[in-house]
Design a protein around this ligand. Sequence first.
Ligand code: SF4
Length: 410
Amino acid sequence: MSEQKRRDGLTRRGFIKTLGLGGMAATGLAAVSASEATAAAGKNEGGAASVPRRKLGKTEVEVPVLCLGGMFDTLNNQLLLKQSHNWGVTFWDTAESYGGGMSEEGYGRYIKRNPDARRDLFICSKYKPSPPEKMTEALDAALKRLSTDYVDLYCPHGVSNLKDIDSRIPAWAAEMKKSGKMRFFGFSCHTNMEECLLAAARTNYVDVILFSYNFRLMHTPGMKEAVAACASAGIGLVAMKTQGGGPVKTDSEAELQMAGRFLQKGLTDKQAKVRAVLEEPNIASICSQMPTLTILSANVSATRDSGAMASEEMDLLRRYAAETRQGYCAGCGRICSEAVSGAVPVSEVMRCLMYYRDYGERDLAREVFAGIPEDVRARLNDVDYGRAEKACPHGLAIAKLMREASEMLA
Ligand code: SF4
């Protein structure tokens, strides 16, 4: 593929597809024009913030409560970046792994064309946990793609144990801050979130954590303790995967009541799930994949509505979460991994399944799955998951799901 084609639309495998909230089909909304979307969300062409802002922990920076997740074709969606900027969604998240650097390039294209925009933006990028030398190389490459000389936040990506972060990284982070290439240091995490948050709260080098957090995960005592510990330590918290997976088929009474109740308020269930996360005051921002103006507009509207969720509404979401818990892997990977003596990273495979089934992102699912060592993938069907299924607090049919993963993702 020529470089020109790559940049003009034929992007790396899977990158141009939509993610996160599930694309327009999943929102149940028709496509809207930029002007219609502007009207729907509250026009702010002047660029002043229209999305509420919260302080990001000890960084003291106020960021919008909505963060643009960059796992989409940012290169060819410059209008969406502009609208995001106009509406005050100026916290932009990306990673080297999103399109192999193309997401960063898309943001970079916007900055290059709108140099004044850089001062409005709070940019986060991420790279797999690596030794300091490799992190420096990755950061330099990211800065180049982003057309900027600093990132606001830089993170090892996909940490599932604080030991994943090289012991020399805290000193490296201090050095990078001093050099001006990075303002703040953090990490992202979608497995063993509670343990990682608690461990980070005991350190003094983590400024921000991006972690899986949604209406399914927010109510457990362990998660509440972890969030409170980080808040006390001044760590800024950014919620990811806030929709709690895709639709789960259920005949539950809670689901029916929930739909009726939210519709009366003019909210979709997806908007209600966003609002539920923001009920936690220690969550500074929600990082959401918003690859279309429809989704961006819906999320902006949800965050601008200042009315608190009623306790009955939170109860409905809690009941729905309880009744559909067997359809959602909560990322407590240490439990199932220990039960199979580390033979298979069950929660990682579950995440691939989520990308494949809930997000419809088959290529991405296969790419992430291919990142699991070949010998581990080869033994997926041979492991006895009996103990893991007994240990799983959410009652997932792990053996069946691992079998399906090996068939679908190979
Ligand atoms: S399979 Fe069960 S134990 Fe393992 S991460 Fe998912 S919810 Fe937790």
